[in-house]
Design a protein around this ligand. Structure first.
Ligand code: MLT
Length: 301
């Protein structure tokens, strides 16, 4: 019987599959595989028995990958499985950055009296917004999420420019013929009205967007971060917004200095939080880990 350890719950569809296949879950301190969601794994969580770890999610920064490599443990993630969920939240955030939807809803909730419809008509001007159509979106990173965001933003009528040093021109073009290719990353910073970043957190992407990069952006630009908090220097963002050098920031990562700021929207890491994404990621993680444990094949499935 194969032994699997889980650290935090993945969607039930994943666990049910393991149970159906008669895997023993959390029954031994010497598991062959670990399956997890967002729990931060320590080196001490890795007994010698572990052959593979599957994360039901895209980023693997909660796993000590270097330690795993040294121990010969294969680490899998589930890229693409939650891409649609993240894409939909990025598009929601883009739309909300130009339409004060939340402010309008909150204001309407407070209306009282017999003439609320007249009051609404009289005050609606304060919630006037702008449109995305015709504005330019820069997408940094054209992996599964970035490419989907680029395609759908184009369908919303936006002009879209992409930058990704690791995607060949051919691949980028087969992902989307609609994305203009930036010559270099600074072209995104200097020309776009909205900039969204979709890269993994690595040494070279830490503070990929900091003071220097923000200074290149239009004062009217809006920046979005749905990758990892550390990719953007949040302190530099707050300074730039306070100095009217950046119009707004939406991030999926809570950070105290960003809270209670009119031009900053903070979400509690909701990008992949849909039933569908949780299920897709759990099933993909289970399939991949199961195949690896049973056959030794290192391939996502
Ligand atoms: C991911 O890495 O898959 C996303 O950030 C979603 C998540 O971890 O919840």
């Amino acid at each position: 019987m194969h032994q699997i350890k889980t650290f935090n719950a993945i969607a039930p569809e994943g666990m049910e599959r393991l149970e159906k296949e008669k895997y023993a879950i959390n029954e031994s301190d010497q598991p062959e595989g670990i399956i997890l969601r967002s729990k931060k794994l320590q080196e001490t969580d890795l007994p010698d028995s572990v052959l593979g770890i599957a994360r039901a999610g895209t980023g693997v920064n909660n796993i000590p990958v270097d330690a795993c490599t040294e121990k010969g443990i294969v680490v899998f993630n589930t890229p693409g499985a939650n891409a649609n969920a993240v894409k939909e939240l990025v598009l929601t955030s883009l739309l909300m950055s130009v339409r004060p939807v939340v402010q309008g809803i909150n204001w309407a909730q407070e209306l009282t009296g017999p003439d609320i419809s007249e009051q609404a008509e009289a005050h609606k001007k304060q919630f006037a917004g702008r449109e995305l159509e015709g504005k330019k979106l820069g997408v940094i990173g054209l992996g599964s999420i970035g490419a989907m965001v680029a395609n759908d933003a184009y369908r919303l009528g936006m002009e879209v420019m992409g930058y990704d040093p690791y995607v060949s021109v051919d691949t980028a073009w087969s992902i989307s013929r609609r994305v203009q290719r930036a010559q270099d990353i600074s072209e995104i910073f200097t020309t776009c009205d909205f900039i969204t970043v979709h890269v993994p957190l690595q040494e070279k992407t830490f503070h990929l967007i900091g003071q220097k990069e923000i200074a290149m952006m239009k004062n009217s630009a809006h920046l979005l971060n749905f990758s990892r908090s550390e990719i953007v220097d949040n302190h530099a963002v707050v300074e730039a917004i306070n100095n009217n050098e950046l119009a707004g920031f939406t991030t999926d990562f809570a950070d105290e200095q960003l809270l209670h700021h009119d031009h900053i929207t903070v979400l509690p890491h909701l990008g992949a939080s849909t039933e569908e994404a949780e299920t897709n990621s759990a099933k993909m993680a289970v399939r991949t880990l199961k195949r690896f444990i049973e056959t030794g094949v290192i391939k996502r499935s």
